[in-house]
Every structure is written in structure tokens, then in C-alpha cells.
Design a binder for this molecule. Structure first.
Ligand code: FAD
Length: 436
């Protein structure tokens, strides 16, 4: 891996998401050698992936090069690699580009899509956890519209234009709202030869309400907003299959579609090497103590989505959203500095800033403490919060300009098929996959 020897203790951070980036930035002040490893050479701002998938934003504006964090004045390096195994006994990790020893190891590897063991759905549905996957959705939707213009078979046209999503959490709600806005604002302008009524947006969920992790008030408001936009919501519908372009649910509902998006859940994504009792039964997360130290280890930590820290308020661990990852990254960086200075570590305490979901133009919901906001106020707050937390000043400017342009023109300007999607030819997600 060509990592130079150092007189400083070595901290290896796996994952350049919210947790890993926060840690990397804060640790440069210490006398440590910091090595950040990620399978991509960029940080992904996952909350805005849905805008890439629905042609609202270019992918470059929600990704941030991880090498920009590298500080030439400090003992700091980045390596792009897939981490395959943690060798706890040997204090080393095995990656796609070689092995490396560590003094302290931090896992910030996040989650991957949970298909709940359904191989059929995994093979045929489109997940949305990464930039390449969001681009797949964008390309497929646009390719299907192009195909719909060159057939006179009405049933085929309807199948090509119908979009179905499973999972009515924030991702499903945000995606379906954005597709509905695409239909209402762009479709007739770009495709005057297609019947706009045939572009149906269906959102399915196994629960009896959408946004089930939010307050009931927020869930009712979001339901009303989606209905106003024309989204067809199907509750108590557990998807069981997607084969031959037909989505089937356990209760017998069937929808024919060429675009089926799976946003029904995530599961912890850690490299191998951890004993069974270090991993939570539910969610495949690494069990950590109040200092983010992985159970049964002395120098291995986990932060963010991958970490399960049980507390009185969060008996199953913190919610898998950006704030716990940022706050845990921050606290662990401070603790490592305290440790280096011979001071005691401080336990993590989560400050819940609330939850938000956007449904569309002037429509969003936010649970803040005991209060639920809706409509324009929540929408405006959502825009501000997402701009603030987006990594990179250039990205903030580009996104703000895009949003302003789209708002006044009812446009989604990035409706480009740059990298056509094909089910048969799997496009590699990473350089190591390409080399294989
Ligand atoms: C579509 C979508 C929308 C979301 N919307 C919101 C929202 O609106 N608000 C909110 O608060 N949260 C939202 N979230 C959740 C939020 O993005 C996560 O909680 C947050 O990203 C967790 O941060 P993390 O640092 O733990 O992991 P991540 O940000 O997921 O980062 C993990 C990193 O580890 C790398 N990695 C993983 N395994 C390996 C390996 N073996 N080798 C090398 N690198 C590896 C990955 O490439 C990635 O860069 C959303 C998530 C998704 C998927």
C-alpha cells in the first residue's frame, strides 16, 4: 500500500462518509499518522441522491473528493481500496491493494441495501445507496421514456412509464415526490407525444402509514402532500417478488412496471473478521460502548450507521441518519486527542436535532422536539439544513444555483442519459471491481 513508516501512532479510518470525514478533519491536529481508506475517492452526500436519480442535480455536486481532506502539513494519507477483512489478533487489515497495520482502527463503513434475503428482488430491482446507483435510476427512467415514444403498444407504453417504489421511509417519499414533479413539470414539455396520465408513480409500504419513524402528524401531512402531487400510495402492501416486470405483494396486488426501486431498508456493512458476539442480531451493526469502542477490543472503534450503541433512550442504537455519525465522529476525535494527552475519554451523548423529509416544491415535514412543521416553512428549513451540511463550498454554490433555477423554471435540468443502464452488462461501481 506504500504507506511510509512514521514515528507517530497510526490511526486507520475505513469509510469516508459522514462519520469518517468528520473524524479525518478533526484528527489532523494530533501527532498521529492518519490513513483514510474508502472504496470510492469521494464522499457521497446520500440525502441528495434522490435528486440525482430524478434529474434534479448532477452527481458531481453531491460528491466531494476525499483527497481534498488530505492535509499536506500533516502525517495524513488517503488510499482508495476495498477493505476485505479485519485481522483483530494481528492489528492489521486486508484490502484489495494490500495489508496494513494499525495502532487504532475506526470503522465508519455505514450500511448497504437490505433485500431481506429475497434474491429475485436483489437481482431485478434498483437500489439507491450510491452515486452510480442513482445514475442507473436516472438513465433507466429516461431510457424507458424514450422507448415509450417509439412503440404503439399502449400496454407496453404504460409499463415503460409506470414507476414503482417499495419503502415509504424518507427515501421513498422523497423519490416519489420528485418523480411526480418530473411528471407534472417536464413530461409534457419534453415528450409531447406521450400521454402524461400513463406516467404513474406508485409508492408501496408494508406498514399502515408512510414515514413510520416520524410522528403521526408528520406522516399524515406527507401523505396529503404526496396525494396532491398525484402519487398513488399503497399501505399494508409487503412486496414479495419482482420478476418479468411485475411487482407482486404478499396480499396479491400486482403492478406491471419496467422501473422498480427498492428503498425498503438497510443493513450494517462491515468487513469480515468480527466474532458473532460483536455483531448485533438486528441490523448487522457492530456493538460499541459509550466511547464507540467495539465490544471485546482495546483499539477498534465504530461510528455512525455501522455502530450500535445501546442507551436508555435508544435501546436498539441510534437512528441510522447523518447526525449520529457526525456527532460520534466528532466525539471520538476529541476522545483520541484526550487519550493522547493522558486525559480520560468522555462518553457519547446524542443531541437529537430532529427529522426532516421533503416531498416537493414548498412541501416538507419536520419533527423538531415536540413540534411538527409542514409546508413552506419545513421546506425552507430542509433546503437550509441540507445546504449547510453538504460537504464542499463549490457543491453548496452549484446546488443552490440549480435549486433556484429549477424552482423558477419548474425544470429538472439534468435529464441526460450519459451512461446508459443495462441489466445484463453490470457497470462496475469501483475501480477494483473494474479490474476484476
Ligand atoms: C438515499 C438516502 C437518503 C438519505 N437521506 C438522509 C437524510 O435526509 N437525512 C439524514 O440525516 N440521513 C439520511 N440518510 C442516511 C445517512 O446518509 C446515513 O445515516 C449516513 O450517511 C451515515 O454515515 P456513515 O459515516 O455512518 O456512513 P456512510 O455515509 O454510508 O459512509 C460509509 C463509507 O464507507 C465506505 N465503505 C463501506 N464499506 C467499505 C469497505 N469495505 N471498504 C472501503 N470503503 C468502504 C463507503 O464507500 C462510504 O463512503 C440517507 C441515506 C440514503 C441511502
Amino acid at each position: 500500500m506504500q504507506i511510509p513508516a512514521s514515528k507517530n501512532p497510526r490511526v486507520v479510518i475505513i469509510g469516508g462518509g459522514f462519520g469518517g470525514v468528520t473524524l479525518s478533519r478533526k484528527l489532523t491536529e494530533l501527532k498521529l499518522q492518519v490513513i483514510l481508506i474508502d472504496r470510492h475517492n469521494y464522499h457521497t452526500f446520500q440525502p441528495l441522491l434522490y435528486q440525482v436519480a430524478t434529474s434534479g442535480l448532477e452527481p458531481d455536486s453531491i460528491a466531494f473528493p476525499l483527497r481534498s481532506i488530505v492535509d499536506e502539513n500533516h502525517d495524513y494519507l488517503f488510499r482508495m481500496a476495498e477493505v476485505e477483512k479485519i485481522n483483530l489478533e494481528a492489528n492489521s487489515i486486508t484490502t484489495s491493494i494490500g495489508e496494513i497495520d494499525y495502532d487504532h482502527l475506526i470503522l465508519a463503513t455505514g450500511t448497504k441495501t437490505n433485500f431481506f434475503g429475497n434474491e429475485q428482488i436483489e437481482r431485478n430491482a434498483l437500489p439507491m445507496k450510491s452515486v452510480p446507483q442513482a445514475l442507473d435510476i436516472r438513465s433507466l427512467m429516461l431510457q424507458n421514456l424514450e422507448k415509450a415514444t417509439i412503440t404503439d403498444d399502449v400496454k407496453e407504453q404504460q409499463k415503460l412509464m409506470r414507476i414503482v417504489m417499495s419503502g415509504a421511509g424518507p427515501t421513498g417519499v422523497e423519490l416519489s415526490g420528485a418523480f411526480a414533479e418530473f411528471k407534472n413539470g417536464v413530461l409534457s414539455r419534453d415528450y409531447p407525444d406521450l400521454n402524461p396520465d400513463w406516467m404513474e408513480i406508485h409508492l408501496l409500504d408494508g406498514a399502515d402509514r408512510i414515514l413510520s419513524a416520524f410522528s403521526e402528524k408528520a406522516s399524515i401531512k406527507a401523505y396529503k402532500y404526496l396525494k396532491e402531487l398525484g402519487v398513488q400510495i399503497h399501505l399494508d402492501q409487503m412486496v414479495s417478488d419482482y420478476e418479468n416486470d411485475i411487482v407482486s405483494t404478499k396480499s396479491g396486488m400486482q403492478l406491471e412496471t419496467a422501473t422498480f426501486i427498492w428503498s425498503a431498508g438497510v443493513i450494517g456493512a462491515h468487513p469480515s473478521g468480527f466474532a458473532e458476539d460483536m455483531i448485533s442480531e438486528k441490523g448487522n451493526r457492530l456493538k460499541v460502548d459509550l466511547f464507540n469502542k467495539v465490544q471485546g477490543t482495546d483499539n477498534v472503534y465504530a461510528v455512525g450507521d455501522i455502530a450500535q450503541m445501546k442507551t436508555e433512550d435508544f435501546p436498539d442504537g441510534h437512528p441510522q441518519v447523518a447526525q449520529p455519525a457526525i456527532q460520534q465522529g466528532d466525539n471520538l476525535a476529541k476522545n483520541l486527542i484526550r487519550m493522547a494527552n493522558g486525559k480520560d475519554m468522555k462518553p457519547f451523548s446524542y443531541f437529537d436535532k430532529g427529522s426532516m423529509a421533503i416531498v416537493g416544491r414548498n412541501r416538507a415535514v419536520a419533527d423538531i422536539g415536540k413540534f411538527t412543521l409542514g409546508g413552506f416553512l419545513a421546506w425552507f428549513a430542509w433546503l437550509g439544513v441540507h445546504l449547510y451540511f453538504l460537504v464542499g463550498v463549490r457543491n453548496r454554490i452549484v446546488v443552490l444555483l440549480n435549486w433556484t433555477y429549477n424552482y423558477f423554471n419548474f425544470d429538472r435540468a439534468a435529464r441526460l442519459i450519459i451512461r446508459p443502464y443495462s441489466k445484463k452488462i453490470e457497470v462496475p461501481e469501483t475501480v477494483s471491481e473494474l479490474e476484476e
